[in-house]
Design a protein around this ligand. Structure first.
Ligand SMILES: Nc1ncnc2c1ncn2[C@@H]1O[C@H](COP(=O)(O)OP(=O)(O)O)[C@@H](O)[C@H]1O
Ligand SMILES: [Mg+2]
Length: 273
């Protein structure tokens, strides 16, 4: 469904009187494949280039070189009109709900926006669609008249998800979508994402710095470090089998359930598999 071929991207920083101009490579010959109906996990330490890669797939950043194939089309060679049409099929959920939900809008307006941009629905069809979406993400139809400040973090993320799936996209890029939530709510949202994936026939690119969150939903999992994919792992292989130092560092950073179980690798081989 999605194939990235030799994606390269650099940022130039500095160049002022005080800071020397520097080029920083955030994507270094990245090749990745996401099969239809799967969830590809992308994990790596902060600053490794994960979000930039997500943005390039969403068309929010332009790679310096490479190809991004989505359902048989190279996204980088589409003209503006084709690209716009393609956008409805690739949606996103970010960590920060406020970047997708306008705090001054009732929930109704936030979910309605993509529908209004791409679909010509009557007012009553729109209302019914919005209510169905809210129910699909575990909220109540009457929640649509409430404002973002009236919801908890987990509920806001449910609304962001409803907005992202409103147009029945085929691919959803989830960038740190559960990272700001507490562990219990994280678990509920991950569960919801798995259910929605089945129900709406979605494919996911699940990006996070949290290897346990990525592991719990993704297959396969790709580890990113300094703009490179350094290792990929299928769900059948244990985390402890990873060899690259960057992967091992991520595994070692998993907190034990009790301080006395300090050796994370032991934890991983025994419980996370
Ligand atoms: N627009 C930008 N201009 C310059 N540098 C950027 C820009 N966006 C991101 N970066 C830098 O690129 C690197 C990778 O960022 P990012 O893709 O956000 O990483 P991650 O999501 O893995 O934390 C970081 O060092 C970040 O500071
Ligand atoms: Mg990021």
């Amino acid at each position: 469904m999605l194939e990235l071929i030799n994606i390269n991207k650099s940022y130039t920083i500095g160049g002022s009187t005080f800071f020397r101009k520097q080029t920083m490579k955030v994507a270094d010959d990245i090749c990745l494949t996401l099969e239809q109906g799967m969830c590809l996990g992308l994990v790596g330490e902060s600053g490794s280039g994960k979000s930039t890669l997500g943005k390039m797939i969403l068309g929010l950043e332009q790679p310096d070189g490479g190809e991004i194939w989505f359902e048989g089309k190279n996204l980088l060679t589409l003209n503006k009109k084709e690209r716009l049409r393609m956008r409805r099929h690739i949606q996103t959920v970010f960590q920060d709900c406020y970047s997708s939900l306008n705090p001054r809008w009732p929930v109704y307006e936030s979910i309605r926006e993509p529908l209004a941009n791409f679909e010509k629905l009557s007012a009553s069809e729109e209302k019914r669609t919005i209510q169905e979406l809210l129910v699909a993400v575990g909220l109540k139809p009457e929640d649509m008249t409430q404002f973002p400040h009236q919801f908890s973090g987990g509920q806001l993320q449910r609304i962001s998800i409803a907005r992202a799936i409103a147009l029945r996209p085929r691919l959803v890029v989830l960038d740190e979508a559960v990272s700001s939530l507490d562990v219990l709510i994280q678990h509920q949202i991950l569960q919801l994402l798995m259910e929605l994936k089945q129900q709406f026939k979605l494919s996911y690119l699940f990006i996070s710095h949290d290897i346990m969150a990525v592991r719990s939903i993704s297959d396969p999992l790709a580890v990113m470090s300094n703009g490179r994919i350094v290792e990929t792992l299928s769900v059948k292989e244990p985390l402890s089998s990873m060899k690259h130092p960057a992967s091992r560092q991520l595994v070692a950073s998993i907190l034990p359930s009790h301080p006395r179980d300090r050796h994370a690798s032991k934890l991983v081989s025994s419980s996370a598999g």
